[in-house]
Design a protein around this ligand. Structure first.
Ligand SMILES: Cc1cc2nc3c(=O)[nH]c(=O)nc-3n(C[C@H](O)[C@H](O)[C@H](O)COP(=O)(O)OP(=O)(O)OC[C@H]3O[C@@H](n4cnc5c(N)ncnc54)[C@H](O)[C@@H]3O)c2cc1C
Length: 597
């Protein structure tokens, strides 16, 4: 059976030493988070995830969710009890606004807890994850009345939320959606249509489910400019907040799927359900993007979180499993064979995952701080520049972290040999569960297009210029110390190649947009390497400073430097191949007739 140990020490290192969150005392929520409180929250979160959620991961996968003959849906054994503990522990309101009953703590702490929840039980973590997206949209675009009516119960966790975009004939291209919203005399709307693949769409964890649904008004323009967003509760809600009669949101079925079996993926029929417009008519996609952006970073963290737990189990296994002898001389002469961790190829797989996990955690948490700054920094300029950076990094975190997270789940499974393919070790579940993160919340190809087509040119390239400046400052700060040369050299080369790739796209995408489309995934991954190389440079500088200051835990910092050097020397050179792929352009990609594939 797999195990999980929450990486509390590494999270504390990133929060306190790399990001130095103590410097943001002026932001709401941050003044309370002393290092002691941070460690108390991380320790409590770790206990909950390790002791309550992780033990349900395997059994939840085996049992899955059930749709009963009366149309109701139940989650696997133990999920309801665990969810009740999640609510009782106040985890649902950790980062939510105090006006609605939340604790108002920084998002960056919420990101730490989210990673732990996903590592311990991806399918469970999706129930509160979807709620968080729905709460974000209501908070930003809801009327005061809507906020008062829905948010307090959602913040407490008594009600959960969902996101309803997808229909049978439209996933990526939401302009095609057909669900109808007909205005009623009382100001509400009658919602009719079918949504598919709705995560957490129906279940027995909460008293009510608040669906956020994209639909079209009768006079709506065609395409994405004619989509509006509606709040559609599963059970109607009285003016006093009481839960009333069933609102005709019918669960037609639960999808049979590859992984995340303990999360109910539902086909929902809206049979004249009562809905309430949120935000402006025909501007629903804007509100939906608020949810999606919050959710996309969360999905990116699913890549990291699955990779982390798979890696931990692979490392344990590699220390135990005896096979063969080390090619550089026996390491375990007392035993019949050496543990497989002596073999360089096994180590290569472990190091790839470790180097990715630690740097993608740093990048995710940096993004968490930026989200807090975007909401709460004192000046408009600071808020805007944080928002620019979050917006630029979101498709990279979603696309790169989930592609690579899946890759490292597979290589960690590989370390188990044939035993990794057998269900009881749990490794094949990590692979199956991690796979969906590359697909939902906008498939990764769409993330790459979003990066190249929207995020790079936005505001005359303001965000990418700010990224180059930030990276140059970090590199400058690390220069002049021989121990940091592998970091500053590789980061410098990576930044140069990122500049070249950006310039090439700017010069060649206008005349032939297929050049951008054909190079976008390579560009996203090139950028991902530079982002992680930047994180390693930042962490390495902290590590040498700690060693010079005579830290009481030199092994931790030495290990950081070794893992970072691994990344800079062995993974960053992949950038060259990615640059070549981008600069090769679209000619051969587009040359064959469709019939010749
Ligand atoms: C388990 C699961 C849970 C889900 N949860 C939810 C949920 O909670 N709410 C919800 O609304 N949806 C949900 N989805 C739906 C999911 O977001 C969509 O499946 C996804 O967005 C892709 O849409 P599609 O399946 O229709 O694929 P399509 O849009 O048909 O795309 C197929 C392929 O073509 C590519 N492609 C399409 N258009 C372009 C283009 N213009 N340029 C380049 N490539 C393109 C895509 O990248 C993809 O690889 C879920 C799906 C699954 C499987």
């Amino acid at each position: 059976m797999p195990t999980y140990r929450a990486p509390v020490k590494d999270m504390s290192f990133v929060l306190n030493e790399v990001l130095n969150i103590g410097q943001y005392q002026n932001l709401p929520g941050y003044s309370e988070v002393t290092p002691d409180l941070v460690s108390a929250i991380l320790e409590e979160g770790a206990k909950f995830c390790e002791n309550e959620l992780q033990p349900l991961n395997y059994s939840g996968d085996r049992e899955g969710c059930t749709r009963h003959n009366d149309g109701s849906v139940t989650t696997p054994k133990g999920f309801k009890e665990a969810y009740n503990k999640y609510v009782e522990g106040g985890w649902s309101g950790l980062t939510q606004h105090p006006d609605f009953g939340g604790q108002g703590l920084p998002h960056v702490l919420g990101f730490c807890f989210e990673e732990m929840m996903i590592s311990s039980n991806h399918a469970f973590a999706m129930y509160p994850g979807l709620s968080a997206g729905a709460m974000a949209a209501i908070s930003l675009d809801g009327t005061d009345e809507q906020k008062q009516k829905y948010l307090p119960k959602m913040v407490e966790g008594y009600w959960t939320g969902t996101m309803n975009l997808t229909e049978p004939h439209c996933g990526t291209d939401l302009g095609l959606l057909r669900t109808k919203a007909e205005p009623q005399d009382d100001g509400s709307y009658k919602i009719s249509g079918t949504k598919i693949f709705i995560s957490a769409g129906d279940h027995d964890l909460s008293e009510n489910i608040i669906h956020l649904v994209l639909a079209r008004l009768p006079d709506a323009p065609k395409g994405v400019k004619g989509i509006s967003l509606f709040i559609v509760p599963k059970y109607k809600v009285g003016d006093d907040g009481s839960v009333g009669e069933f609102n005709n949101v019918n669960t037609a079925s639960i999808e049979e799927k590859m992984g995340i079996h303990a999360n109910s993926t539902c086909v929902l029929n809206y049979d004249g359900a009562r809905g309430y417009l949120i935000g402006e008519p025909n501007k629903g996609l804007r509100s939906m993007f608020i949810m999606m952006n919050a959710a996309r970073i969360g999905v990116g963290m699913q890549g990291l979180a699955n990779s982390e737990v798979a890696y931990q189990n692979a490392a344990d296994y590699a220390r135990d499993r005896l096979q063969g002898r080390s090619i550089s001389g026996t390491k375990n002469p007392e035993g019949p064979a050496d543990p497989i961790i002596v073999h360089p190829d096994v180590r290569r797989m472990l190091m790839n995952a470790k180097a990715f996990n630690e740097s993608s955690r740093a990048a995710s948490l940096w993004c968490g701080v930026l989200v807090d700054l975007a909401h709460n920094a004192e000046t408009e300029e600071e808020r805007q520049s944080a928002e620019d950076m979050v917006s630029l990094l979101t498709p990279i975190i979603k696309g790169v972290f989930t592609d690579r997270g899946f890759e490292y789940c597979v290589s960690s499974q590989q370390i188990f040999g044939g035993h990794g393919y057998i269900a009881e070790h749990g490794m094949e579940q990590f692979v199956r569960d991690a796979r969906i993160a590359q697909i939902y919340e906008g498939a990764n190809g769409i993330q790459a297009l979003d990066l190249v087509g929207r995020k790079l040119p936005a505001n005359g390239g303001r965000a990418i210029q700010a990224f180059f400046k930030y990276a140059a400052d970090i590199r400058e700060n690390a220069k002049g110390d021989d121990r940091l040369r592998p970091f500053t050299d590789a980061l410098g080369a990576g930044l140069k190649d990122l500049q070249s790739a950006t310039m090439w796209l700017m010069q060649n995408a206008m005349q032939n947009p297929d050049n951008a489309g054909a190079g976008s995934t390579a560009y996203m991954h090139l950028f991902g390497h530079v982002l992680l190389g930047l994180m390693w440079t930042q962490m390495a500088k902290v590590a040498v400073d700690a060693l010079d200051a005579g830290t009481s835990d030199p092994t931790f910092y030495e290990n950081k430097l070794t893992t970072g050097r691994y990344y800079m020397k062995r993974r960053m050179p992949e950038i060259k191949a990615m640059l070549a792929e981008i600069e090769a352009g679209a000619d051969e990609v587009m040359a064959l007739d469709a019939a010749n594939f």
